[in-house]
Design a protein around this ligand. Structure first.
Ligand SMILES: Nc1ncnc2c1ncn2[C@@H]1O[C@H](COP(=O)(O)OP(=O)(O)OP(=O)(O)O)[C@@H](O)[C@H]1O
Length: 760
C-alpha cells in the first residue's frame, strides 16, 4: 500500500471514530428522551379517576406522549445522516429530528432536516455555497457509522460536477442501486436541489408538480407533507393534511415513509375511501368509471334529484278522518315551486313542501267542516292531526321523499327509466346501458364522488338529531354544573385562599370538554366526517382523477392549499387529465403554479432509452426525464409461442438474476385474468397482486393500472401490443409499464412488437 493511501485510510478511520463518538452521544440523548417520555406516559396512565376535567386532560397528555414516543422510535434508523461545515467554523449535524443540549443554552446537537438551518445541506453547490465549506453524508447502520462521503464545495469541484448537478452523488447512487423491499423508503438523506425547492415551497395556493416517471414525485409529495407539518404545525395540526393516492396497494407501498420521518397525523386515502361508511370494493368497466367521472354527471344527478320531486297527474285521494281528501296537482305544484325556490338541498326544502301541503290540506278539511266556524286554534289542531296521520304523510312522502345519497344512486343506476329521465341530455343509450346494474350492487370507487355530490344536493335534515343533541347538551351541562357544585363543596377547594373552580372553568366549557373527543387526531376525526375540510391536500398520481373526483377534493379543501403531483404522459384512466390547465381551470382559473422535475432516479438509462421511444410515439410535448445512472443490463425481448407454458421458466431465470430482489410481471388486463391463476400455480413465489400486502412477495403479477406509482428491481412486460390495444390510453400504459424497473427489463411477446419497441 502506498504511503499516501495509508495516510488517507488513517484519516478516514479517525474521522469515522469521531463521527461515531458524536453519534453515540446523540443516541444516548434519544434514549434518555424516550425514557423520560415513557415515564411521563406511565405516570399519566397511573392516575385514574378524578373529576372529568382531569380525565380529559389526561387523555390529551396520553395522546401527546404516545405520539412523541412513536416519533422517537420512528427516527431510530438513520437518525443522523449528514453534517455541514461552515466557513464560520461552525458544524451542524443534520437528522430526522431536532435534539438540543439543555445544559448548554439549548445549543442544537442535531438539526431537523426541515429546519431552515438544514437547508444548505440540500441546496448548497460549489457555485452557490451559502457559507458551506463541506457537506458530509454519513452512512450508518444500527447506530454505527460505516462510512462517509465528503463534498468540498470549492470552485474546482464545481467544474468537476456531474451534468445533473447531483448532491452527495456516491451516497445517492448507493441508495438507488439498493434492492427494493416492496415498501417505499424515505429520501431524506439525499433530497436533490430541484426536489428541495418543491418540498419547501410556500403552502398557499395550488402547486402542480409535473415530472416524468421516477423523478421522485411521490417521494417529494410525502416529504412536503412532513415539511409543511413541521413548519406550519399550529395551522395544520388542527385541520390535518390529506394525502390521496390511486389505490390501497399504493397507499400501503408509501405507508411507512411519513412515520419514518416522525409524522403520524396525516390521513392517507384514496378518493374511493373519502365517504365515511362506504367501502367501495365493487368493480366495473373502465368505460363505466369514465362516464361516472364526467363533469356532466353533476347535471345528471341534479335532474335525478328533481325527478324525485313529483306532483300528481290530477289528484291523489287519501282517506282522512273517514272522509276522502284530495292531494291536488295545483297545490302540489305550488308547494313544489315554493320549496325549490328556497334553493335549499332536497331534504331541507322538503320541509317547505310539506308545510305548504299541510296548509292546503288543512283548508280542505276546514272547508268541509265549515271554515267560518273555526278559529286559528282549530286550524292548528287539524294541521297537527294531518301531520300525525300516517296515510296522509305517506302520500306526501311519495311526492317528495326524504332520501339518502345511497338510496338515490342505487335507484338511479338500477332503473332504466330513472336513468334515462335524468341523463337524456347528456348520455346516449349505449352509455346508459354501460351504467345500469342490479339493485344493491356493491359500490365502486367511481360511485363515491357521485355519492358525495348527492350528499350536497340532498343535504341532511338533521332537525331531529339536532334536537336530540340539544337535549344531550342540556343533560351534560346539568351534570357539569353538578360536578362543579360538588367540587366547590370540597373543603380544600372551597378554601378562601384558593381560586374557586367556577372562576377558572364554567360549566358550559366543562360540558364541552366532555364532548370533545380529545383522544383523536385531526386526521382521525377527518376520516369520520364527510364535511371535514383539510389544511392542505396532497394528491399523488393526480393525472388519474376524474372531473367528479376533483369536485370531492376541492370540497375538502376550500382554501385551495394543495400540492398535486403527477405526469400527464402516464394518464391511464379514460377520464383522467390531458393537461393540468383543463383540470384546474374550473376551480382556480390560471392561479396555480407549476414546478417540474426532470431527473429520473429510478429507471436506468438503458431502459429509459426504450421508454423514451414510446413517449415520442405519443401525442405530447413532454420530454423523457434524464436517468441518473446506468445499470449495465440491456433490456431484452423474447418471442415465445405459448405464454402459459414458457413464461414460468423466464420468470424463474429472471428471479435468479435479482437474487433477493422483487420482480413484477406486468400483463394486459385480459391476460392477467386468464393466465394469472395458472402462472401463480406454476410459480410458488408468485402472487396475483390484488391485495395491498402482495408487494412483499418476490414475484407479483399485476396489470399496468395496479403497478402505477410502484417500482421493482426487475420487470417483465408481457404482450406489449395488447397493452397498447386494450385501452384508449394503451400507449400511456406501455410507457408506465416500461418505467417500473430499477435494474432490469424484459419483454415477452407472442405476436409482433409495437413499432416503438422494435429497437430492443
Ligand atoms: N433524492 C433522492 N434520493 C434517493 N432516492 C430518490 C430520490 N429521488 C427519488 N428517489 C427514488 O427514486 C424512485 C422513484 O421515486 P418516486 O416513486 O417518487 O417517483 P415518481 O416520480 O413518483 O414516479 P412515477 O411517476 O413513475 O410513479 C424511488 O425509489 C425514490 O426513492
Amino acid at each position: 500500500m502506498s504511503n499516501a493511501r495509508a495516510d488517507r485510510d488513517a484519516v478516514r478511520a479517525q474521522e469515522i471514530a469521531a463521527e461515531q463518538q458524536y453519534l453515540t452521544m446523540l443516541y444516548a440523548k434519544l434514549d434518555a428522551l424516550r425514557e423520560e417520555t415513557t415515564q411521563r406516559l406511565r405516570n399519566t396512565l397511573r392516575d385514574s379517576g378524578g373529576p372529568p376535567q382531569a380525565r380529559t386532560e389526561r387523555d390529551i397528555s396520553t395522546r401527546m406522549y404516545t405520539d412523541r414516543l412513536a416519533q422517537l422510535s420512528a427516527v431510530e434508523h438513520g437518525m443522523c445522516f449528514g453534517r455541514l461545515d461552515l466557513d464560520s467554523g461552525e458544524t451542524f449535524h443534520i437528522g430526522r429530528l431536532g435534539l438540543f443540549d439543555e445544559d448548554n443554552e439549548y445549543e442544537p446537537l442535531l438539526v431537523d432536516w426541515r429546519a431552515p438551518a438544514a437547508r444548505p445541506f440540500y441546496l448548497a453547490t460549489a457555485a452557490a455555497r451559502d457559507g458551506v465549506r463541506r457537506r458530509r453524508h454519513l452512512r450508518t447502520s444500527q447506530r454505527r457509522v460505516l462510512d462517509y462521503e465528503d463534498e468540498v464545495l470549492d470552485l474546482d469541484a464545481a467544474e468537476q460536477g456531474s451534468d445533473l448537478g447531483l448532491a452527495g452523488e456516491a451516497t445517492l447512487l448507493a441508495r438507488l442501486d439498493a434492492r427494493r423491499t416492496g415498501q417505499m423508503q424515505d429520501i431524506v438523506a439525499t433530497i436533490q436541489r430541484e426536489q428541495d425547492r418543491i418540498i419547501r415551497a410556500g403552502m398557499n395556493g395550488v402547486l402542480v408538480v409535473q415530472g416524468g416517471p421516477g423523478t421522485g414525485k411521490t417521494a417529494v409529495a410525502l416529504h412536503r407533507a412532513a415539511y409543511l407539518l413541521y413548519t406550519f404545525r399550529e395551522q395544520l395540526s388542527k385541520r390535518g393534511v390529506l394525502v390521496v393516492g390511486p389505490n390501497p396497494t399504493f397507499l400501503r407501498y408509501i405507508g411507512q415513509v411519513l412515520p419514518s420521518l416522525g409524522e403520524t397525523g396525516v390521513l392517507l386515502s384514496t378518493v374511493g375511501d373519502l365517504y365515511p361508511g362506504i367501502t367501495a370494493t365493487g368493480e366495473e368497466s373502465a368505460r363505466a368509471a369514465e362516464i361516472k367521472g364526467r363533469a356532466a354527471m353533476v347535471d345528471v344527478l341534479h335532474t335525478a334529484v328533481r325527478d324525485r320531486q313529483q306532483v300528481p297527474k290530477d289528484y291523489v285521494e287519501v282517506t282522512f278522518d273517514r272522509e276522502a281528501l284530495r292531494i291536488q296537482r295545483r297545490d302540489a305544484l305550488h308547494a313544489r315551486t315554493r320549496a325549490r325556490r328556497t334553493r335549499r338541498p332536497h331534504n331541507l326544502a322538503r320541509r317547505v313542501f310539506r308545510d305548504e301541503m299541510f296548509s292546503a290540506l288543512t283548508l280542505q278539511v276546514a272547508d268541509r267542516l265549515g271554515r267560518d266556524l273555526l278559529d286559528r286554534r282549530d286550524l292548528d289542531d287539524i294541521n297537527r292531526e294531518l301531520r300525525a296521520d300516517q296515510v296522509v304523510t305517506k302520500a306526501l312522502d311519495e311526492l317528495w321523499p326524504e332520501l339518502t345519497p345511497q338510496e338515490l344512486l342505487d335507484d338511479l343506476l338500477s332503473s332504466p327509466q330513472r336513468l334515462e329521465s335524468a341523463s337524456r341530455r347528456h348520455l346516449n343509450d349505449a352509455e346508459r346501458t354501460e351504467l345500469l346494474r342490479p339493485p344493491g350492487a356493491p359500490w365502486t370507487p367511481a360511485d363515491v364522488p357521485l355519492l358525495d355530490e348527492l350528499a350536497e344536493l340532498l343535504g341532511e335534515d338533521d332537525a331531529q338529531q339536532r334536537a336530540e343533541r340539544a337535549r344531550q347538551e342540556r343533560e351534560e351541562l346539568a351534570y357539569a354544573q353538578g360536578v362543579l357544585h360538588i367540587m366547590e363543596q370540597d373543603e380544600e377547594i372551597a378554601d378562601e385562599e384558593r381560586l374557586r373552580v367556577s372562576d377558572v372553568l364554567d360549566a358550559e366549557l366543562l360540558a364541552e370538554r366532555f364532548r370533545a373527543r380529545s383522544d383523536l387526531t385531526a386526521a382521525e376525526r377527518a376520516a369520520e366526517d364527510r364535511t371535514w375540510t383539510f389544511g392542505h391536500v396532497i394528491v399523488d398520481e393526480a393525472q388519474e382523477l376524474s372531473a367528479m373526483a376533483w369536485r370531492v377534493l376541492m370540497r375538502r379543501c376550500p382554501s385551495r392549499s394543495m400540492t398535486l403531483v403527477g405526469d400527464v404522459a402516464q394518464t391511464g384512466a379514460l377520464g383522467g387529465a390531458r393537461t393540468w390547465h383543463e383540470v384546474l381551470h374550473p376551480y382556480v382559473q390560471d392561479r396555480w403554479k407549476l414546478a417540474e422535475l426532470t431527473v429520473n432516479y429510478r429507471t436506468p438509462a438503458e431502459i429509459m432509452a426504450v421508454a423514451a421511444n414510446v413517449l415520442s410515439d405519443m401525442d405530447t410535448d413532454l420530454e423523457a426525464p434524464s436517468s441518473v445512472r446506468t445499470s449495465g443490463h440491456r433490456p431484452w425481448a423474447r418471442r415465445v409461442d405459448d405464454l402459459a407454458a414458457e413464461l414460468p421458466a423466464l420468470v424463474e431465470a429472471e428471479l435468479r438474476e435479482v437474487e433477493d430482489g422483487r420482480l413484477a410481471v406486468l400483463l394486459p388486463p385480459r391476460l392477467w385474468a386468464d393466465l394469472g391463476p395458472g402462472l401463480v400455480a406454476a410459480l410458488p413465489q408468485a402472487v396475483l397482486g390484488d391485495r395491498p400486502d402482495d408487494l412483499e412477495s418476490p414475484v407479483v403479477l399485476l396489470t399496468v393500472e395496479q403497478a402505477k406509482g410502484l417500482e421493482f428491481d426487475s420487470v417483465l412486460v408481457v404482450e406489449p401490443a395488447a397493452i397498447v390495444t386494450e385501452s384508449e390510453k394503451g400507449r400511456n400504459d406501455l410507457y408506465v409499464a416500461l418505467t417500473r424497473a430499477t435494474q432490469r427489463l424484459g419483454v415477452v411477446h407472442t405476436g409482433e412488437l409495437p413499432a416503438s419497441l422494435r429497437g430492443i
